[in-house]
Design a protein around this ligand. Structure first.
Ligand code: C5P
Length: 410
């Protein structure tokens, strides 16, 4: 269990919507208060069908806010004030209906209004029937909210009150408490890269053949996105330039989506000056010379010949950007044999400072997989890192980058 004393003195605004899981909120309030947090509650009309305002009031030892139009509430505490007087807003249970209203930016009751008016982070604990959770509408609403930075805990899989089985059960009070504590731990963690600007490239590039076809590669973007997120977590101001991937935008990063290598270069140059550049994208080496602006047709004359032109090398361009050169440039090298040897030569050829080398031979699952085995090649030599998740590789690389800057600037 994470250290929960981080909750001491924290102000939680708990929004309780109408679901059978609402009763678990009473336990959550008790546990939060035990750890020194103060809890103020907003109860929706439907929420009040499941828990009584009186029990919420008794546990929070505060007024329970229920009505957008209540004069008493507005005179004592306006909804804007209510939404900003907290360190964190927690929505538990977050029903399908409330998630939909949040995603749409509605303000049709006090809960939705508070959630729209807030400038504070929001954590939701969804709770609903499994079909409602799995419905594309709810999934799209949730994805949109997460893209906007809303955090989520659960839902868990299990037996539901309605008799069905699957994901939809609200996370247990202690899991919600852990997620709340995790937020504060992360927020209050040291930020050694604060004040530093970082540029990360990620994903594949798509090089068009004609308006409907393109040349691409199997890069998933997982490693690059994880690095962007890890650098942001350490306080860096991160621009992530990414080719098409299926990944959500990493929290706290400015994301610049592109398709071709030339667009990637332009987006990278627009992001300069930066202190750190990490080129983790799998940029296509070649593009189709003279791409067709009309769909190529089978005209009986055999397949068309594609001629290729070389793409700009973004890593080499950034490494040789003169006065605009980032002070630390990190490249990647995907090799299928003699990994360290080739990567060392690549470091010299491209002019970057560090190379993260990995083995992408047939049989390894580096492309698209969750794990990575890398070697960090620097001036001082080679570090062989154990096989770890891409998130762990990203965290270790971000820590190593932070150490590098700490050593440089005493
Ligand atoms: O030459 P190679 O593609 O093996 O080099 C890999 C490294 O160079 C990676 O860091 C990749 O992001 C970067 N690269 C680039 N632009 C290219 C090709 C590779 O930034 N056109």
């Amino acid at each position: 269990m994470a250290e929960t004393s981080v909750l001491s003195g924290k102000r939680i605004l708990l929004v309780i919507a109408g679901g059978i899981a609402a009763y678990k909120c009473l336990e959550l309030i008790r546990r939060l208060k035990e750890r020194g947090a103060s809890v103020r509650a907003v109860l929706t009309k439907a929420g009040a069908e499941f828990v009584t305002p009186l029990s919420v009031q008794a546990l929070t030892e505060d007024t329970v806010y229920q009505d957008l139009w209540s004069l008493t509430d507005e005179s004592e505490m306006g909804h804007i004030q209510l939404s900003r007087d907290a360190d964190l807003l927690v929505v538990a249970p977050a029903t399908a209906n409330l998630l939909a209203r949040m995603a749409a930016g509605m303000a049709d009751d006090l809960a939705a209004t508070v959630l729209l008016a807030t400038d504070k982070p929001v954590l939701v604990a969804p709770a609903m029937n499994v079909r409602m959770w799995e419905h594309p509408a709810t999934q799209a609403n949730m994805a949109l909210l997460e893209k906007r930075g809303v955090r989520r805990v659960g839902p868990n899989k299990g037996e539901m009150a309605c008799g069905e089985y699957g994901p939809g059960r609200m996370a247990e009070p202690m899991e919600i408490l852990e997620a709340i504590a995790g937020y504060f731990t992360e927020r209050d963690a040291p930020k050694p890269l604060k004040g530093k600007r970082a540029l990360v490239t990620s994903g594949p590039t798509y090089e068009p053949i004609d308006p409907v076809r393109y040349i691409a590669n199997r890069s998933s973007g997982k490693q690059g996105h994880a690095i962007a997120e890890a650098l942001a977590r350490l306080g860096a101001e991160v621009t992530l330039v990414t080719g098409p991937t299926h990944l959500p935008d990493p929290p706290g990063c400015a994301v610049r989506p592109i398709e071709t290598a030339r667009e990637m270069l332009a987006a990278c140059e627009a992001a300069l000056p930066v202190d750190i550049a990490v080129c983790a994208a799998a940029v296509a080496d070649w593009r189709v010379a003279g791409e067709s602006d009309r769909k190529l047709k089978k005209d009986g004359g055999g397949p068309p010949a594609l001629s290729l032109a070389e793409n700009p090398d973004i890593l080499a361009t950034l490494s040789n950007a003169g006065a605009k050169r980032p002070s630390l440039v990190v490249g990647f090298a995907a090799e299928t044999g003699s990994v360290v040897e080739y990567a060392t030569a690549k470091r010299a050829r491209k002019g970057c400072d560090w190379i993260v080398a990995n083995d992408v031979s047939l049989g390894t699952t580096t492309f698209g997989g969750a794990d990575n085995t890398v070697h960090l090649i620097r001036n001082g030599g080679v570090e062989n890192w154990p096989t770890m998740g891409k998130d762990a590789v990203a965290a270790r690389l971000a820590d190593t980058i932070a150490q590098h800057f700490q050593n440089k600037t005493p």
